[in-house]
Design a protein. Structure first.
Length: 744
């Protein structure tokens, strides 16, 4: 090579010593002094080492921004990652080192990220300093930690500050495992507003649309994201796994870490998978498991030890404990014995005392044990003049978002909720938390009561006790009970399926396992908790070493019915000359798709298991459940081929019109659609008789009448509004009742 360069008149490559000197001149200001002093020119003798040093120097030139070391560089030149971590991510004790003096300074990063000069003085650390600062220092130094801080004690900052510092130092990603969508969204929004870094944090969860999800994944891969929030279930999603694998992981954080204990993972079984996932990902990336930080406000001694034992056994890390206690001196607690008939009136009095007189920003949360209870409380309190809203897991995502936005913004001062409205709701001016029903556990009560007084000002927590509430809780607990026999039956079902398929790896849905007629389970396939019970059983079987559950293999089939009435669909199907049994199957599927299109459920989306359980299909499949689901897929493909349904990605955009007189234009559009709908109903049922109307067909007819922007959701909303309106003409014309199949 030297001879070739000499013949070309090009300068010869520098010696290892000269290259090292030049490298040090370029890199010294951006790395730890002590770490760079440990390097020697001899390390540049091998050609592979020179490439590693070259890649490291190239990245140092853009370090501190959104640039990250590409995955291919880390793969082809594995020495680059350890070199950069040693130079920029390992603190030294030399006070003269300018890099470490700032890069690992908790107060520097606090000021840099949140603009504060000092950490919270309370709770105090054993040395008298700020416990919050000690937790941040542990995160900056890469030490595993378990922090127990009271609600409102600044837990989020304890992992957000180190996450931003890591991203600046090495471009590493911090992954936060969080249990609730509302909690993730709330924390991301607060982080962006408080730090002024809108691109540094993001969340991946099920409610995102496909474009939103794709945009977040792109930003993660490109290095823009320093802090990624995910639910534990997302770690079984192959696309999420591939995205995370593109980045170097600097740390894992478990927010609401009590979910790692038995109390938490019994209702979120995938929490047990997270530690295994962390270990397996680190092995694939050729690195030790990154440090783990756990934070919670609810942790008895047994829970703390269970969390520490879990991380120790699965990841080999010893979590240093930072105990700030759970005491909230600004909260007052009261238990009042009361009859059911007195509850609403008592809640109204408490609201008057603590919210009406608590200032303009004062608000309250009223907890009920059931979804129906939240709605009844909302209606009753509205009767007392309170702007109240219900919140529970069965609501659509848009409705939940509207309630959360109103609560945070102040337009909804009272929320009546189930425990779905719990962890992480960051509203600091909650002056009152009322439990209208006894909660399911002491841990649940602590979490829910902890929503009060996050600003440190006085707040009240009142539990209204009625002995009958205990019976309700026992009944709810019995419904969610998973017996040891059920776990054994699920194992039997997995083994039967493995034998039938002749392979050790089994791919099956929860519905297919439950539908096995040979299993004697204590719950039915249509049990609303069946999916969770199956996953919980598999989690315990995995913990016992009897099965290994890996990533989910999710297939999404988009099937939308064409705008045909049921009669038109039947005519089209019968024209194909199919057997009567097949016609019945196709009609059952078409009718179900129409119903779902008219009123989709986000909590219980339509699945192939649901379609396979329809009577015409179930009666025709005597074999294992997998044959029924395969038959459904075959029917869907055939129906699409004959133009009865259409497939493809469904994208929905919710927009608000802007400009002059926008509200008037919207009102005019809705009024025009309502008038056209009334005229059409008069034509179809001139005498006010009962009418069965296809929603999709009605939408198309309204479009033909000039309502070009009319959608099925608009027609459904208008029908519901007209049927509830006490106007003579409307009542005379809108006498139709709701029928199965999405018709009116």
């Amino acid at each position: 090579m030297a001879d070739l360069l000499g013949l070309c008149g090009a300068p010869l490559p520098p010696t290892a010593s000269a290259a090292f000197t030049l490298w040090m001149q370029c890199a010294t200001a951006r790395v730890c002094t002590a770490a760079s002093a440990r390097l020697a020119a001899a390390e540049l003798e091998p050609s592979a080492a020179r490439l590693a040093f070259a890649h490291a120097l190239a990245w140092l030139g853009v370090a501190g921004g959104a640039s990250v070391l590409p995955a291919w560089v880390r793969h082809q030149h594995p020495a680059v990652g350890p070199l950069l971590r040693d130079l920029r991510d390992t603190p030294c004790d030399d006070p003269a080192c300018a890099w470490c003096r700032t890069a690992f300074s908790a107060t520097h990063w606090l000021r840099e990220t949140f603009g504060f000069d000092v950490f919270r003085p309370k709770p105090a650390a054993p040395d008298g300093g700020s416990l919050q600062q000690r937790i941040v220092e542990a995160g900056l130094a890469g030490r595993p930690a378990l922090a127990v801080l009271p609600t409102g004690g600044g837990k989020s900052l304890c992992f957000q500050v180190p996450a931003l510092a890591r991203h600046q130092r090495t471009g590493a990603l911090t992954v936060v495992v969080s249990p609730l969508q509302a909690l993730m969204k709330d924390q991301v929004d607060n982080f962006r507003s408080k730090t002024g870094r809108p691109a540094a944090a993001a969340a991946l969860y099920g409610a995102l649309t496909l474009p939103e999800r794709g945009a977040v994944m792109d930003r993660v891969r490109q290095g823009d994201i320093a802090l990624l929030y995910v639910s534990p279930e997302q770690l079984r999603n192959p696309s999420v796994v591939r995205t995370i694998e593109q980045r170097e992981i600097g740390a894992w954080v478990f927010d609401e870490a009590h979910c790692l204990s038995k109390w938490g993972h019994d209702f979120r079984p995938d929490y047990l998978y997270t530690a295994r996932f962390i270990a397996e990902l680190a092995e694939r990336q050729g690195t030790p498991p990154p440090p783990v930080t756990c934070l919670t406000a609810t942790a008895k001694h047994e829970v703390v030890e269970e969390i520490r034992g879990h991380i120790r056994d699965r990841l080999g890390q010893e979590l240093d404990l930072y105990a700030g206690g759970a005491e909230r001196s600004n909260l007052t607690f009261a238990v009042e014995s009361i009859t059911p008939a007195e509850k609403v009136e008592r809640i109204a009095v408490l609201l008057e005392q603590h919210v009406r007189r608590g200032g303009a920003s004062a608000c309250a949360v009223v907890y009920a044990a059931t979804r129906r209870g939240t709605q009844e409380l909302r209606d009753a309190l509205m009767g007392y003049g309170w702007p109240a809203a219900a919140f529970h897991a069965g609501m659509k995502a848009a409705d939940k978002a509207e309630v959360l936005a109103g609560f945070i913004g102040g337009s909804i001062p009272v929320v009546c909720a189930t425990n779905a409205f719990g962890m992480g709701i960051d509203k600091d001016s909650v002056r009152l938390v009322v439990h209208a029903d006894v909660p399911g556990s002491l841990e649940a009560y602590t979490q829910e009561a902890g929503r009060a007084g996050r600003d440190g000002l006085p707040a009240a927590c009142v539990l209204l006790f009625d002995p009958d509430d205990l019976e309700d809780q026992f009944r709810l607990a019995a419904r969610s009970e998973l017996r040891r026999r059920d776990i054994g039956q699920i194992l039997r079902g997995v083994r039967r399926l493995s034998q039938r398929l002749g392979k050790d790896e089994v791919v099956a849905t929860a519905g297919e396992l439950v539908a096995d007629p040979e299993l004697d389970l204590g719950f039915a396939a249509d049990d609303s908790d069946a999916d969770t019970k199956v996953k919980t059983a598999l989690s315990w079987l995995e913990r016992a070493g009897l099965v290994i559950r890996s990533e989910n293999r999710t297939s999404v089939i988009t099937a939308r019915p064409k705008p045909l009435s049921l009669e038109q669909a039947r005519t089209a199907i019968e024209r194909l000359g199919l057997p009567a049994a097949t016609v019945a199957q196709w009609m059952a599927i078409f009718r179900t798709l129409v119903a779902v299109a008219a009123d989709p459920s986000e909590e219980h989306p339509l699945t192939v298991d649901t379609l396979a359980a329809l009577d015409p299909l179930a009666a025709d499949t005597a074999g294992p459940p997998q044959e029924a689901t395969a038959k459904v897929l075959t029917v869907l493909t055939a129906m699409a081929g004959h133009g009865l349904i259409e497939s493809g990605t469904v994208l929905t955009a919710q927009v608000r019109p802007s400009g002059v007189n926008a509200s008037r234009r919207v009102l005019a559009q809705f009024s025009g659609a309502a008038r056209s709908l009334l005229a059409m109903l008069r034509e179809e049922a001139p005498d006010g008789e009962e009418l069965c109307l296809s929603l999709t067909a009605a939408t198309q007819r309204l479009r033909d009448r000039g309502c070009a922007e009319c959608q099925p959701e608009v027609v459904l909303r208008l029908l519901k509004t007209l049927s509830d309106t006490n106007v003579g003409a409307a009542r005379a014309c809108v006498s139709p009742r709701w029928h199965a199949g999405g018709t009116a």
